[in-house]
Design a protein around this ligand. Sequence first.
Ligand SMILES: C[S@@+](CC[C@H](N)C(=O)[O-])C[C@H]1O[C@@H](n2cnc3c(N)ncnc32)[C@H](O)[C@@H]1O
Length: 282
Amino acid sequence: MREAVRRADQAVAVEHNRRAWDRLATAAVPLAQPAVDEAFGDPRGWLGTAGSAGRPWLPERLAGLEVLCLAAGGGKHAPLYAAAGARVTVLDVSPAMLALDREVARERKIDVEIVEGSMDDLTMFGAGRFDLVVHPVSTCYLPDVALVFREVARVTRPGGLYLSQHKAPASLQATLAANDRGRYEIEHPLRPGGPLPPVPPARLRESGTLEYVHTIEALVGGICRAGFVIADVMEPDHVRPGAVPGSAGHRVAFLAPYLRVLARRMPATASARAVVLVESAG
Ligand SMILES: C[S@@+](CC[C@H](N)C(=O)[O-])C[C@H]1O[C@@H](n2cnc3c(N)ncnc32)[C@H](O)[C@@H]1O
């Protein structure tokens, strides 16, 4: 019964957010802006290292790698990875976000495989197909992220990389506006038991979507339990000195908005051994 409820909640979120993201794409919000012209002058340079200074996360050479851009529609990630030489598949739930990828790929004469679907069901891809899965912020749009990580683990080849970014739980729990002392308050519990209440348009929340808080345990622990080892973790720094209280630039000085995780897929045997170790320890 619990499993059936879990699946039903997941299906409601998928359908609601598909429609919400179609609207956001039509409204051309910043997250639905295709990559700019300059980026295609040096796509590899534009993608950067994804890691911190001195700790590059992305392989220097992307040419020839099988890359899955997961929940990454919008005409940015997939066309740039493809322009940098990777063989790219982009999966997204929103046809309007994918239409942007299709348009950019056509304009730039770039090959990108475009797949409409939900990130918790990757059954259209064979096991171990991808060398690299790039997953921009989107786990907040599903109540159950364990299903996503399980699928990502299945389609990532042993030794392959999974680079994901997530909305940090404390940031989702806190007020968007500053109080009269210029501070932010924890407004929602860590496990609210459903989606967050709706918000007006804001930099750190997407209005009209259903968003869910996930604990660090569900995110980082969930990635490990799916069969990855964590290679590094970052909280990207978005602080803007001198930002006015209540602005996104001010809030990020108090609350890291995102958690970025680099994980490596364990070989199947190591993964099975780790599960046995965990089970015998429990
Ligand atoms: C923050 S955007 C990421 C890509 C964006 N272009 C960027 O620049 O970062 C989040 C994406 O997640 C997608 N999404 C939401 N729920 C999804 C689901 N269940 N499965 C796949 N994609 C989903 C949305 O359609 C949207 O394109």
